[in-house]
Every structure is written in C-alpha cells, then in structure tokens.
Design a protein around this ligand. Structure first.
Ligand SMILES: [Zn+2]
Ligand SMILES: [Zn+2]
Length: 151
C-alpha cells in the first residue's frame, strides 16, 4: 500500500486533539525522513552486531529483509510499543528519532509526555535542522512548509 502524505494543514486540524502513540511517532519520523518501510527494512538488514563480548564475527540482526520489514510494520501498528530499547536505538541510526521520546510516550501519563510536532514528529532534542521550535501543535518548519503549499 502506498501512503501519500496528507497536506500538513489538514492533518494538524484533524488529529490535533488526539495523543500521539508510540507507533504514530515512528511513522511520523520515518515519513519525515522520506524513507519507505521497505527502505528502512533494507537498511535494518544491513546492520550487523556483535551479540556477545568476544564475538569475532558480527552477525546480522535480522535473518532476511522480510523479517526486518515485518518488524518495522509491527512497530507501526496502532497500539504497538517496543519495550525493547535496542530496536528503537537501531532505528534511530536509520532515520532521526529520539528514543527517549518514544519511551516517554509509552511510560509517561498524558500530561507529562513530551511536545511533539503533529506533522513531522520532531521534538526538543530532535529538531528539524537542529533549530525548529514547536509553537502549538506543529513546528515552525512545518508551518512554513504549509504556508508555501497554500501560497
Ligand atoms: Zn514539524
Ligand atoms: Zn520541526
């Protein structure tokens, strides 16, 4: 299934009232980076790690691209949450995300969750270009993009 990005302005209005879930957070950050799920899966499949101390030959984290893709898809299913931090850290090496934000969305009550842009998923330590500011529900980079689209 191809996912076409919704124009920023529509999106901000329709979902502003809903809390962002950990799964939505991953989707927003992945889409903001312009990567498809398959592209992320291919990158995941390339990753090799040493599984234990003294392991001479790093091994692949996933046995196949299909297995990596299944993991990416599962993490983006509404309600999905990975308590297994290394997976999120590894994803953070493929597209920008803040693993702390992801885990705060799981663990913190609604009023203590971090502020996140509803359009691109950026947040304080993971800002667009390192400089964007979150004014209301979307960041000023996304606001500027929406104004360009509307012009
Ligand atoms: Zn944004
Ligand atoms: Zn931003």
């Amino acid at each position: 299934m191809l996912a076409y990005p919704t124009p920023v302005a529509d999106r901000a209005v329709s979902i502003a009232a809903l809390p962002i879930t950990p799964a939505q957070y991953l989707t927003l950050r992945r889409e903001a980076s312009g990567l498809s799920r398959m592209q992320v899966a291919r990158r995941l499949y390339e990753i090799k790690i040493k599984r234990f101390f003294g392991d001479r030959r790093p091994r692949r984290l996933f046995d196949s691209v299909a297995q990596a893709l299944a993991t990416v898809e599962q993490l983006e299913i509404p309600g999905a949450r990975s308590k297994y931090r290394p997976v999120i850290d590894v994803l953070g090496g493929i597209f920008p995300l803040d693993a702390d934000v992801y885990h705060q969305l799981i663990d913190e009550p609604a009023d203590r969750r971090p502020a996140i842009c509803r359009s691109c998923g950026c947040s304080r330590h993971d800002a667009c270009g390192g400089t964007c500011t979150l004014t209301h529900v979307i960041c000023n980079y996304c606001t500027a993009g929406a104004e360009r689209l509307a012009a």
